[in-house]
Design a protein around this ligand. Structure first.
Ligand code: NAD
Length: 293
C-alpha cells in the first residue's frame, strides 16, 4: 500500500483517485470544489483541508488540474512540504514549457517528477483503461509505473521532462485533423448520394481507415458506441479539442515546426465553439463542416 495525495478531483481525477483506492492504496485527496471532495470521500478517500495538507507524509503526489498555470501554482505551493524521496506526477494536459518548469521546480527541491498526461477520456478514467504518456528520468518513471497501472492499461515512457506532454499534443493534433477529414468525406458522400454505411464499409477496410472513422464515427449508425448516436454528448468536448490544438500550435511556434493543417483544424474547432458548441463532443464538428461553403 502506498500513501497517495491526489489533487484535482474533477471529471478525470475523481474516478482516477477512486481506482487507486479500489486497488488498495490509501488516498488523501483535495479539490477546491466541495462537491468533488464529498464524492471522493464517499469513494473512500481521506479528505485534506488544503493541497499542502494532502501531501504531508505522502509517498506519491498526483495532480489532475485544468492547465499549466494551475499545475505550476499547486506544485509551487506543495513541493517544499513533500517528504524527501517522494515522487510527484502530473496527469493534466498542459503546455510543454510549463511541464518543463514544473520538473525543474521539483528537481530544485530534490523531488522526482513525471509528466503523465492521459488519453481515453472519462470512460477510460472510470474503467482504469487510460493510456499514460510519460516524461521524466528513468528512475522516476520506474517508480510511477506501478501506480499508473492501477488507473490505465498502457503506460509509455516517451523521454525526458515534458516528453509526455509533447506526445499528447502531437497525438491530439492527428485526432483533431483526422476527425475533420472523416467529416468532410461523409459530408461529400451525402451530396453525392452515397449512404453512410456504404462509405464506412469501403473506407474502414481501405486506405481511408483511421480511429476517427472506425472507433468514433461522426455519423450515427456504423459505430453504435460513437457519440454521434447520442446527439454528440461528450465523450471529448470540443472545448478540450480547442485547448489541445492551441497547445500544439504554441509548441509548434516555440519549436519552429510547420503545422498548417493543425492550425486550420484549430480555427475550425474554434469557429464551432463560437457557435455555442464548446460542450458538444468534438465529432459534432461534422455539423459545422456540412454548413461550410
Ligand atoms: P475538470 O475541470 O473536471 O477538473 C479539474 C479539477 O481541478 C476541478 O475539480 C477543479 O476544482 C480542480 N482544481 C483547479 N484548481 C485547483 C487547485 N488549485 N487546487 C485543487 N483543485 C483544483 O477537468 P477534467 O476533465 O478532470 O480534466 C483534467 C485535465 O485532464 C485537464 O488538463 C484536461 O485537459 C485533461 N484531460 C481531460 C479529458 C476529458 O475527457 N475530460 C481527457 C484527457 C485529458
Amino acid at each position: 500500500m502506498t500513501n497517495i495525495a491526489f489533487i484535482g478531483l474533477g471529471n478525470m481525477g475523481g474516478p482516477m483517485a477512486a481506482n487507486l483506492i479500489k486497488s488498495g492504496h490509501k488516498v488523501i485527496a483535495f479539490d477546491l470544489v466541495a462537491a468533488s471532495r464529498n464524492q471522493a470521500e464517499s469513494d473512500g478517500a481521506a479528505i485534506a483541508e488544503s493541497a499542502v495538507g494532502s501531501v504531508k507524509g505522502a509517498d506519491v503526489v498526483i495532480t489532475m488540474l485544468p492547465a499549466g498555470k494551475h499545475v505550476l501554482s499547486v506544485w509551487d505551493e506543495v513541493i517544499s512540504s513533500m517528504s524527501k524521496g517522494a515522487l510527484i506526477i502530473d496527469c493534466s494536459t498542459i503546455d510543454v514549457e510549463s511541464a518543463k518548469k514544473a520538473h525543474a521546480l521539483a528537481a530544485k527541491h530534490g523531488i522526482a517528477s513525471v509528466d503523465a498526461p492521459v488519453s481515453g477520456g472519462t470512460g477510460g478514467a472510470k474503467g482504469a483503461t487510460l493510456t499514460f504518456m510519460c516524461g521524466g528520468e528513468d528512475k522516476a518513471f520506474a517508480a510511477a509505473k506501478p501506480i499508473l497501472e492501477k488507473m490505465g492499461k498502457k503506460i509509455v515512457h516517451c523521454g525526458g521532462a515534458g516528453a509526455g506532454q509533447a506526445a499528447k499534443i502531437c497525438n491530439n493534433m492527428i485526432l483533431g485533423i483526422s476527425m475533420i477529414a472523416v467529416s468532410e468525406a461523409f459530408a461529400l458522400a451525402e451530396k453525392l448520394g452515397l449512404s453512410h454505411q456504404a462509405l464506412f464499409d469501403v473506407a474502414s477496410t481501405s486506405s481511408g481507415q483511421c480511429w476517427s472513422l472506425t472507433s468514433y464515427c461522426p455519423v450515427p449508425g456504423p459505430v453504435p458506441t460513437s457519440p454521434a448516436n447520442n446527439d454528440y454528448k461528450p465523450g471529448f468536448a470540443s472545448a478540450l479539442m480547442v485547448k489541445d490544438l492551441t497547445l500544439a500550435q504554441d509548441a509548434a511556434k516555440a519549436a519552429g515546426a510547420a503545422t498548417p493543417l493543425g492550425k486550420h483544424a484549430q480555427e475550425i474547432y474554434k469557429a464551432f465553439d463560437a457557435e455555442g458548441n464548446g460542450g458538444v463532443d468534438f465529432s459534432g464538428i461534422i455539423r459545422h463542416v456540412r454548413g461550410l461553403r
